[in-house]
Write a protein that binds this ligand. Structure first.
Ligand code: URA
Length: 436
């Protein structure tokens, strides 16, 4: 067996065997197959797709690249929850929903990713908190679930290391948008981390990797089925990502917005999305009797300050500087803050989240080369979203940049993300059902 033959077979549209898929995943994890061959293979998968059997084999090969935890056994807790998003722009939901759910009585042990293509990643966001350690080993991960009730970590040498390597490569090789690659990436992490139940946020629309509701539903069904095959209960909330979630885009800016939301402020859509996801976990854990009860418990966790306190405890436990949680003004801040004025009067009719996501990467919030450093400070804060009335010259958003020239250069791209109308557009839905 060799990598070239396997790349050629996939390029020709053939189904690969479990052995061929395992050979590629193991070889890449061990370092015997180089980046360039795996990049070609990933691109062939993007074009040719994979059958359900191949997707399951890829997922399980990625799980087998490291340890496989059972958090219930390891912690002695009755239920440990997990949450994952397929990726979006301004999607800082994990930083809100995970502390809220943990504070409502369902411990969370979660493995997250870095930025991927035009979408941000929770691990990059958390690293904008000085000192925050995303690299926990198995024992530290288990201890944090048990003692704190909330832990968010990156892939490690022990848990789904194959996904860590493939994810970083996909980020910079144009190989993100693929149903089997996304499904295997997410589900390998979820299966390896060994939660008792998982809620997935499967996004569709302009700022998502799945552009249509039908594609998102197919991805959700694939992941729910993969969970079922290994006895892991999975529910997938289908959510719209036509415009960014909340107002902040960019790592430190999003952490600030998540903190504000946990303190009872923040944008309404972000808390609504957190409720839609958190509710499923509380129901799966048997902590809430129905959706209304789950929402009441989550609102109570937020309003009492317990959810915010849970975030603080996680940050302290993982070595982060908790002073920035108490005072988000201490988060890294860009030296340039430039408003983008509206060129017309009327209403915002559309706001292309992907264009904004790509612009944030260009500004330095994401990577264009594997392993590159990112600038935690940069991004955008939206002042106008779909349906908002605008007057000429009013700021549509504020650009947070490292240099004046960078802010000026990105402005035309940002303006191109907005569409305007003379009459108010129809409101955009936030969620479109749950796949169970
Ligand atoms: N999140 C992941 O972990 N992997 C993907 O491929 C997309 C979103």
């Amino acid at each position: 067996m060799n990598a070239v033959d396997i790349i050629l077979a996939k390029r020709a549209g053939q189904s690969l065997s479990n052995e061929q898929i395992g050979y590629m995943v193991q070889g890449y994890t061990a370092g015997s197959i180089p980046d360039y061959q795996i990049s070609a293979w990933l691109m062939a998968i993007c074009w040719q797709g994979m059958t359900a059997a191949e997707t399951a084999a890829l997922t399980m090969a990625m799980v087998a690249s490291g340890d496989h935890l059972d958090l219930r056994l390891a912690t002695g807790l009755p239920f440990v929850g997990d949450k994952h998003s397929t990726g979006g722009v301004g999607d800082k939901t994990t930083l809100v929903v995970a502390p809220a759910v943990a504070a409502a009585g369902v411990p969370i042990g979660k493995m997250s990713g870095r930025g991927l293509g035009f979408s941000g990643g929770t691990i990059d966001k958390l690293e904008s908190i000085p000192g925050f350690n995303v690299n926990l080993d198995r024992e530290q991960f288990i201890a944090a679930v048990k003692n704190v009730g909330l832990v968010i970590t990156a892939q490690s040498a022990s848990l789904a290391p194959a996904d860590g390597k493939l994810y970083a490569l996909r980020d910079v090789t144009g190989t993100v948008e693929s149903l089997p690659l996304i499904a295997a990436s997410i589900m390998s992490k979820k299966i390896a981390a060994g939660a008792s139940g998982v809620v997935l946020d499967v996004k569709h629309g302009r700022g998502a990797f799945m552009k249509t509701l039908a594609a998102a539903r197919a991805l959700a069904e694939t992941m729910v089925t993969l969970g079922g095959q290994v006895g892991l209960p999975v529910r997938a909330v289908l959510s719209s990502m036509d415009q960014p979630l909340g107002l902040a885009i960019g790592n430190a800016l999003e952490v600030g917005e998540a903190i504000a939301t946990l303190r009872g402020g923040g944008p309404a859509d972000l808390w609504a999305e957190a409720l839609a996801l958190g509710r499923e976990l509380l129901l799966m854990a048997g902590v809430a009797s129905d959706a209304a009860d789950a929402d009441a418990r989550l609102n109570q966790a937020r309003d009492s300050g317990a959810a915010f306190d849970m975030l603080r405890r996680m940050v302290i436990n993982q070595g982060g500087d908790v002073r920035v949680i108490d005072d988000p003004a201490l988060l890294p801040t860009a030296p340039i803050q430039m408003p983008l004025p509206a060129p017309a009067v009327g209403y915002v009719a559309a706001l292309d989240a992907e264009t904004l996501g790509r612009a944030s990467v260009a500004l330095g919030a994401g990577r264009t080369v594997k392993g590159a450093a990112i600038d935690f400070r940069v991004g955008f804060v939206l002042h106008k979203k779909v349906g908002d009335a605008i007057a000429t010259g009013e700021p549509l958003l504020t650009i947070h940049a490292a240099r004046d020239a960078a802010a000026r250069d990105i402005a035309p791209q940002l303006l191109a993300a907005y569409e305007f109308s003379a009459t108010p557009p129809l409101p955009l839905p936030l969620t479109n059902g749950v796949v169970r």
